[in-house]
Design a protein around this ligand. Structure first.
Ligand SMILES: Cc1cc2nc3c(=O)[nH]c(=O)nc-3n(C[C@H](O)[C@H](O)[C@H](O)COP(=O)(O)O)c2cc1C
Length: 181
């Protein structure tokens, strides 16, 4: 199975990247193929207006499409920015509109069924339950619109004082989650 990892924060050595990378390591140990993209390396634009309503820009997302269309699991990591997912994460989700029923059944069919979804959310606020609503929102979008099944959630809070790279318990959870995919 192909596991697609997406890091939607700007920092390749940041907390979010570390969590996604560890999950992918676990998935590799379990024999899965992994592909990792840092959205900060790519230009992904918002939807545009087109002849039949919307058009989909030719940009970094085009490179992601073959992986999206062949993935068995998606690991999406985002830092919390102003109480929600990062703009990079939101743009990634917006661009999945290409695969929505609203665009057309033939496009919807290109999206694999039953993709396992893992979210990795990191935030500075040191309170464990603080962004549970955001995690719920993220999981809800993936299940409702693209029929994914939520496989697990990883959350790092208080990352300023408790960096992910030193949080062995969380890193183990991430690797175990990857192995269990
Ligand atoms: C622009 C910006 C906005 C942020 N907003 C919040 C916030 O609303 N709540 C919070 O707990 N942390 C907030 N943070 C902190 C980040 O979520 C936190 O440091 C995160 O772990 C960074 O992930 P990274 O290391 O992958 O970049 C913000 C950071 C930035 C740069």
């Amino acid at each position: 199975m192909k596991v697609l990892g997406i890091v939607a924060g700007p920092r390749k050595t940041g907390h979010t990247a570390r969590l996604v990378e560890e999950t992918l390591k676990g998935a590799e140990e379990a024999g899965h193929e992994t592909v990792l993209y840092y959205l900060s390396d790519m230009e992904i634009k918002p939807l545009d207006e087109g002849e039949n309503g919307y058009s989909y820009p030719e940009d970094g997302f085009t490179e992601l499409m073959p992986h999206i269309e062949s993935m068995g699991a998606l690991v999406l990591g985002t830092p919390i920015y102003y109480d929600h997912v990062s703009s990079r994460a939101k743009l990634f989700i917006d661009r999945l509109y290409y695969y929505s029923r609203s665009h057309g059944e033939e496009y919807r069919k290109k999206f694999p069924d039953g993709v396992k979804f893992v979210n990795a959310v990191t935030c500075g606020w040191d309170r464990a339950d603080v962004y549970d609503e955001v995690v719920k929102w993220l999981n809800g979008r993936m299940t409702n619109y693209w029929n994914m099944s939520v496989h697990g959630s990883l959350k790092a809070h208080g990352t300023g004082n408790n960096p992910v790279k030193e949080n062995e318990k969380l890193l183990k959870k991430a690797k175990d989650l990857g192995r269990s995919l």
